[in-house]
Design a protein around this ligand. Structure first.
Ligand SMILES: Cc1cc2nc3c(=O)[nH]c(=O)nc-3n(C[C@H](O)[C@H](O)[C@H](O)COP(=O)(O)O)c2cc1C
Length: 251
């Protein structure tokens, strides 16, 4: 039986509450001191689900989140976060990890999703995940693919717009970290929307965290998010942002 084309898919934009969003964004502060009260399990899991709805490059979902609940591991993680109060007082500690090598498996999974879908997906989509992601994110044997991209890309760019693709491990890390950081923001806004608070932390000993969580070689610890109920004095001062026109350019 023929499947309907996914081009017929309709998803009208639902009404949203802009004021509620403004309240969430404006009231999110980095909180360094939390009350001992726990966050209900279902809220933490729901916030993590919402983190996974962040946009992700090529939909390759190059992220992982480790919710550390084991008391001994949690204590060691807080120590690895340099014993910052945002970590030692947090009801929840979540380690956001970017993965630079899961794109292969995830490309295969995308093809499986197309195969199992009740919709007919365009052949170009399948080709993208069967072939193009290898060109885009693969570095090739002895990094030769990356070297070829480094030569070909600027030449093509002289004649037509050419995508700037990862050419070495560092580029791949940037690629995976971008996506993971977006999910972290979703996570922190979700906690705020649920009445809780958070603090992103990059003040940590990555070696210790890698060891504690037995992270694979291609993992990059992006940040540790501490979360909980805001304690009095948990925000260290009024928010500081520089003048808007330093950052926002209309050209
Ligand atoms: C990637 C990243 C790493 C951060 N690391 C830490 C940290 O280790 N410890 C900490 O107390 N705050 C940390 N922060 C929080 C910033 O200090 C905070 O976002 C900034 O001062 C602005 O304050 P606000 O978040 O309340 O607007 C980090 C923020 C980001 C985005």
């Amino acid at each position: 039986m023929n499947k309907p084309s996914v081009k017929q898919w309709q998803e009208p934009a639902p009404d949203t509450d802009f004021d509620a969003f403004v309240t969430v964004v404006e009231s999110r502060r980095s909180v360094r001191k939390f009350e001992p009260e726990p966050i209900p399990d279902e809220i933490v899991e729901r916030c993590l689900d919402l983190a996974l709805l962040a946009p992700t490059s090529s939909n390759l979902q190059s992220w992982e989140f480790y919710r550390v609940v084991d008391p001994d591991k949690k204590q060691r993680l807080a120590e690895a976060c340099l014993s910052q109060p945002a970590a030692t007082t947090a009801a929840e500690l979540i380690v956001a990890v970017a993965r630079t090598d899961t794109w292969r498996e995830h490309s295969r999974k995308m093809v499986e999703v197309f195969d199992q879908s009740e919709w007919e997906w365009p052949k170009t989509m399948r080709a993208y995940y069967e072939m193009m992601t290898r060109i885009a994110y693969g570095l090739g044997p002895a990094r030769l693919g990356g070297a070829v991209k480094a030569v070909v890309e600027p030449v093509v760019s002289l004649f037509r717009a050419a995508p700037t693709l990862p050419k070495d491990e560092c580029d791949l890390k940037i690629w995976a970290v971008k996506t993971t950081a977006l999910a972290c923001e979703n996570l922190m806004l979700a906690f705020r929307a649920a009445g809780y608070d958070s603090c992103p932390m990059e003040g940590f000993d990555e070696r210790r965290i890698r060891k504690l969580l037995k992270l694979p070689k291609d993992a990059v610890v992006v940040m540790v998010v501490g979360a909980g109920k805001r304690a009095p004095g948990g925000v260290y001062g009024p928010r500081i942002r520089f003048e808007r026109d330093r950052f926002i350019h209309t050209v």
